[in-house]
Design a protein. Structure first.
Lengths: 288, 207
């Protein structure tokens, strides 16, 4: 077997072993690479950062599932950290039946982290006053439209079966008029429904956090301004974490940074193997 | 009659819902509110139907001892166990339901999806070849976007991240916009055909 035939026929088990090693390395040997911030990440960050504290709420629709969790869960944690650090009220909800477990975990992780170090009421985050989680609802599009008239119509009770009329935050957030932006974090095409229906009818601003494979579809909406910002995949989450650290909202980077290091190493591996495959292919063809 | 009544309901509701979208009158809004609540309830019933279908499908597989029937038993066991645990002990952050979800279901689902990385790497190595001009262009743009979106791309060349972003913002966006327009026109045409009763396959059965 000639050298170019050999590099074009590497056993897949060798590829799998190298890939496994490269994924694991950043978890045991941590290193930080400077993130170049993409404009759409900066736009979403700037928008949230410009909101006045204790004013209009942010709707955070957490519609991701465990399959896309490594990319989307850090986004949810980063946005929640930003909102709570700025005292921006958050109304959480889900329209994917698999999502509530992860949504609750995102809220618990951020809230527990803040309240652990809180000394006063101003430092702490309280359920019902600073944030609520309304749970899952069927009939996604109809529910999104109906919330423009009344959120209580769609979610009469929250995730914990508490009547939302009894929650102080929901007494002042009745519909989209009291909402500054709806941010949808998903691994599927959910943000488009928000643009097509609630935004077209009620003018609600929409932001999104999507898996890298979904993001290219949303660039036209960014250009038209229908999307106020976009976090694209693990890179988007890592960039948002970097912005939070740079501006003093958090003390350390989150999980997206480590994940991004693994992902970068895998991308290099893929590029190297594609080059090797093409060298082998090129010389084989030339010989024929 | 069995076909005419559904077609009439479809025509009336289709036209009324289009008109009400553009008229923010209290009567129109009240009508929209009622219809939206109906849709939410109907979708919840669709879930019950799906659960019923799942039980029926896997129940038959188990009772007939079809190939791989133990997997069907695990599916039904998992579904009923999670429902019972959630109903009895609740779904709060510290509950057993949440612990099972986060420590068993989530890692298993994520692991299944993570296997894609192995297949993708192996498939890219074997199949991603510069066989033609189109394939070479695809390969080159994929390289630029992949490298440009890596954190260290700025050290390779300071303008590489911006170039990768340009590929996404201009050629990608142009093609995505074309696709979106195509989908939108197709959706409008199909919706009109359904509302006007030209497209009747949704009724099931023969013409």
């Amino acid at each position: 077997m000639r050298w170019y035939e050999r590099i074009a026929a590497i056993d897949r088990r060798i590829i799998y072993i190298i890939l496994s090693v490269l994924v694991i390395i950043p978890f045991f040997i941590p290193f930080t690479m400077k993130q170049n911030i993409m404009p759409q990440t900066q736009r979403l960050y700037n928008f949230i950062d410009s909101l006045p504290p204790n004013d209009k709420a942010i709707i955070l629709s957490l519609d991701y599932t465990p399959q896309t969790m490594p990319e989307t869960h850090p986004m949810a944690i980063a946005i929640l950290s930003h909102c709570f650090a700025k005292n921006i009220p958050v109304v959480g909800m889900s329209f994917d039946p698999q999502a509530p477990g992860l949504a609750i975990d995102a809220f618990t992780t951020v809230v527990d982290g803040i309240n652990l170090n809180a000394l006063t009421r101003e430092d702490s985050v309280i359920y019902g006053e600073d944030y609520v989680y309304l749970g899952w609802k069927s009939g996604r599009v109809a529910a999104e439209i109906q919330m423009g008239e009344s959120i209580a119509d769609v979610f009469p009770r929250d995730y914990f079966s508490i009547s939302i009329d009894s929650l102080p935050l929901m007494q002042r957030v009745k519909n989209y008029k009291q909402v500054s932006i709806a941010i949808i974090i998903a691994g599927a095409d959910y943000p488009q429904d928000w643009i097509l229906y609630p935004q077209a009818r009620y003018g609600v601003r929409v932001g999104a956090g999507l898996t890298a494979v979904m993001s290219p579809k949303y660039y036209p909406f960014l250009q038209t301004g229908q999307l106020s910002g976009l976090l694209s995949g693990m890179k988007g989450a890592a960039e948002y974490e970097t912005l939070l650290l740079k501006n003093g909202y958090v003390k350390q980077l989150g999980k997206a940074e480590t994940g991004m290091n693994s992902q970068s190493l895998i991308h290099i591996l893929i590029i190297v193997f594609i080059i090797l495959g093409n060298i082998g292919f090129f010389f084989s063809r030339k010989r024929k | 009659m069995k076909r005419k009544i559904p077609l009439a309901i479809c025509l009336i509701m289709g036209v009324v819902m289009i008109i009400q979208f553009f008229i923010p009158h209290p009567i129109s809004l009240a009508f929209n509110r009622t219809i939206n609540n109906w849709v939410i309830v109907l979708m919840a019933f669709a879930l019950i139907l799906a659960i019923g279908n799942l039980i029926r499908h896997h129940g038959i597989r188990i009772s007939h001892r079809q190939a791989n029937w133990p997997y069907s038993a695990v599916t039904l066991l998992g579904m009923f166990a999670m429902a019972i645990i959630g109903l009895i002990w609740g779904i709060e952050p510290e509950s057993l339901y949440q612990k099972i979800y986060l420590n068993i279901f989530a890692p298993l689902s994520a692991s299944m999806f993570a296997l894609l990385a192995y297949y993708m790497t192996s498939a890219a190595y074997r199949a991603f070849k510069a066989r033609s001009l189109e394939a070479t262009l695809l390969l080159a743009s994929a390289f630029v976007v992949m490298i440009g979106f890596m954190p260290f791309a700025q050290y390779l060349h300071p303008r590489l991240p911006a170039f990768a972003e340009w590929i996404m913002q201009v050629p990608n966006m142009a093609s995505q916009r074309g696709i979106l327009f195509g989908i939108a026109f197709g959706a409008i045409a199909t919706a009109m055909k359904i509302i006007l009763g030209i497209e009747r396959s949704w009724l099931g059965g023969k013409e």
